[in-house]
Design a protein around this ligand. Structure first.
Ligand code: IVH
Length: 700
């Protein structure tokens, strides 16, 4: 980038980030996602490094009178937040509250360690302490002769908001430090920690708010921030705020000259401050990375939200030698979990035609990284969703990856260029075959009703060969499109009996690949019955229902001949599923395809209907079972004729609850469904458990 353009962009970014800082830190009402913000900050840091003389660095301010953060330039890279809100008094910190530099990948964590070793001039391992990074509100607590005197938010790092009265309402914060078994209490000390609301308490708080007609909080962090910023501390007192302490600011006199951070943490605990129990010592950076990976996996198990881990050099002496750059210490780094939300723009909206003719609008977005994966497409579901979210091509949107797979658009942000215009409209004709599009009464979806629509045929074949269905290797989307375009295949039955030379004649297809595909088709001619049923693509009949049907009826003929009433007698089958199954098997073209498949030698493996002690019973599993894995529990239930579902409904027979059960347990309570603990579950299944090492057991 040219210097002139870069300087302009730097100014722009500073203004923008200052604006977002205010939205986030002062108003608790962010306009962009965290990763959108991080992206702006990174861009600014990089540009400043390239186009500006390096920012004046300072040595760690152990001196009470130095507030270097507020000095220097007005760049947001030099500060850690925005000025405090006017409604609270301000309170200067005795020593600055620094922020942490971020690492977003394992490479960046390694680079952090390398930099430290380079600065120290050592080849050897550096010892660290690793901590969960709580997603809460950082606070500073001042104790004079062991008595809690005042407390504040971080503010701009030098001056915070005086929230003493509110902090006093948090029971976890000692009003008087304890002296038993800990180092002597200093005359004056600042303790730093994170105020947060646990996930269960958060859910309950929101439940109450909704019941009282108030708006629920968007997340625990907002709830904690909103609660701390109450002018009336009686309101704060009713909020389930908690705290973990993790650092010390100013101290006089230094009681022990702590040699390590670890010793400080022990002292904090000894003085009566809550210290996170997941904090550990790490001998080297490899162990820090292992911890980061472990926490990434265990994040959901924790009863509070964390957004990463923090690595801190353990030795106080080394910390002093490393010092800080103005925004953050060189001896610590926040290892952020990949963001699950990001901001981007919609470049186009395309219409996909599905297997059943349903039109799905899909947003094509400017590629953005979400939870470690580049995302450029997200479904917009249907016209109602588009209208509800007021979506246009060109809008700026927040995308998130729900759970871990499908990206979705949460909402539009900022003023849309077209906000006055009508939201995007699904067209009246099919973009593939040009047929008329209809919207059936009571349905959200628009459909192309031409059964010969090439898009529908293609999707049907894709579904047929997919892993959950016939699981035919090598038959990908492109090849299917080629087969259809060249006219050698019109429905799934055509796949069988294709001469090798016809297949090999397709573009980019040699005799060898053609042979492999035919071999794969041959190999999969005797699929399990449930996979075959699923492969047929009957509406509302997914893998779960297919399994139930196969288990219940045993043979394909039995399923094909089952009347609506017989189907309805199966617990998981409601009128909608029963209707679509009978309709499917009444349709002559479907019967012909099945007949042709059979003639080609495709014969599902049939059995007899399973019956067992749990026959027809439906189970939902929640929480962690200590004796065995979720999969083994599922296998046991299925082997006895029962079924496992993922959500609790009126049709659920039992909920099996392990350790830390989720909201499913609550739901069971509401619906009056019997809950089995692990022991009761073992009893009704007639199994016993022999525990292995730790809490992992094996079923006998
Ligand atoms: S240490 C100079 N440890 O994250 C280091 N901070 O992004 C001071 N945070 O301002 C902070 N968990 O509000 C530290 N275990 C932890 C933390 C933690 C959460 C917050 C804190 C800090 C922010 C930096």
């Amino acid at each position: 980038m040219e210097e002139q353009a870069a300087l302009k962009r730097i100014e722009e970014l500073r203004d923008l980030i200052n604006h977002h800082n205010r939205r986030y830190y002062q108003l608790d009402d962010p306009e962009i996602s965290d990763s959108g913000y991080d992206g702006l900050m990174r861009e600014l840091i990089e540009l400043e490094a390239q186009f500006q003389p390096p920012i004046a660095q300072f040595q760690p301010p152990v001196d009470v009178n130095i507030y270097p953060i507020a000095s220097d330039t007005a760049s947001p890279t030099q500060t850690v937040g925005a000025a405090p809100l006017e409604k609270f008094n301000t309170l200067p910190h005795l020593s600055p509250m620094l922020s942490l530099a971020n690492a977003f990948s394992e490479e960046e964590i390694l680079a952090f360690d390398e930099r430290i070793r380079r600065l120290l001039g050592t080849q050897g391992d550096v010892s660290y302490v690793v901590e969960p990074k709580l997603d809460g509100i950082g606070v500073n607590l001042v104790y004079e002769k062991g008595i809690f005197r005042s407390g504040s938010t971080r503010g701009d790092g030098a001056v915070g908001e005086d929230i003493t009265q509110n902090l006093k309402t948090i029971r976890a914060i000692p009003l008087k430090m304890s002296s038993a078994g800990a180092p002597p209490i200093p005359d004056l000390i600042e303790i730093r920690g994170e105020v947060y609301i646990g996930t269960d308490a958060f859910r309950e708080l929101n439940r109450q708010r909704v019941a009282d007609g108030d708006n629920p909080f968007a997340n625990p962090r907002n709830a904690a921030a909103g609660s701390l910023r109450q002018l009336d501390s009686r309101v704060t007192a009713k909020r389930p705020l908690a705290i973990f302490c993790y650092a010390m600011g100013f101290v006089d006199p230094d009681p022990s000259g702590f040699q390590t951070h670890w010793e400080l943490l022990q002292a904090l605990a000894g003085w009566g401050f809550p210290v996170n129990t997941h904090i550990r010592r790490a001998e080297n950076i490899g162990e820090c990375i292992a911890y980061y990976r472990e926490m990434t996996d265990r994040r959901e198990e924790l009863p509070y939200e964390i957004d990463g881990t923090v690595i801190k050099v353990d030795s106080t002496n080394i910390r002093d030698r490393l010092g800080a750059v103005s925004r953050s210490p060189r001896w610590a780094i926040a290892c952020k979990f990949a963001a699950t939300q990001a901001t981007t723009t919609i470049e186009d909206i395309i219409i996909q035609v599905g297997r059943t003719g349903v039109l799905t609008p899909v947003a094509q977005m400017k590629p953005v990284r979400v939870a470690g994966v580049m995302v450029s497409r997200a479904t917009l579901h249907n016209q109602d969703e588009i209208d509800k979210k007021n979506i246009h091509i060109g809008d700026t949107v927040i995308v998130q990856r729900a759970g871990d797979v499908i990206p979705e658009i949460v909402k539009t942000v900022g003023p849309s260029a077209k906000s006055g215009e009508r939201p995007f409209r699904i067209p009246d004709t099919c973009p593939v075959c040009g047929s008329r599009i209809v919207r059936l009464e009571g349905e959200a979806a628009h459909r192309c009703i031409n059964l010969d629509c090439p898009a529908q045929i293609r999707e049907n074949i894709k579904h047929f060969v997919s892993r959950g269905g016939m699981d035919i290797e090598g038959l990908g989307e492109k090849l299917i499109a080629q087969m259809l375009d060249s006219g050698i295949v019109r429905d799934p039955a055509d796949l069988y009996g294709l001469p090798v030379e016809t297949l090999a004649g397709l573009e980019r297809m040699g005799t060898k690949s053609a042979g492999n595909i035919l071999a794969s088709l041959e190999r999969t001619k005797t699929p399990p019955l449930d996979k075959f049923i699923f492969a047929l693509g009957i509406r509302h009949t997914g893998e779960h229902v297919s399994k139930i049907l196969a288990r219940r009826f045993g043979t394909l003929d039995a399923i094909m001949n089952a009347g609506e009433e017989e189907l309805l007698a199966v617990k998981e089958v409601g009128p909608e599923i029963a209707g679509s199954i009978t309709t499917f098997f009444r349709e002559p073209s479907n019967l012909r395809t099945i007949e042709r498949l059979r003639e080609a030698g495709v014969n599902p493996v049939e059995g007899s209907a399973v019956s067992g002690s749990l026959s027809g019973k439906s189970f939902v599993l929640t929480g962690t079972l200590e004796g065995f894995s979720r999969n083994s529990a599922k296998e046991i239930i299925e082997s006895l004729g029962g079924m496992v579902s993922s959500s609790v409904t009126k049709k659920t027979d039992y909920v099996v609850a392990g350790v830390s059960p989720g909201s499913k347990l609550e739901k069971a309570g509401q619906l009056g469904i019997p809950v089995l603990d692990e022991e009761a579950f073992l009893e009704i299944t007639g199994h016993s458990v022999e525990p292995e090492k730790g809490n992992q057991g094996r079923l006998l």
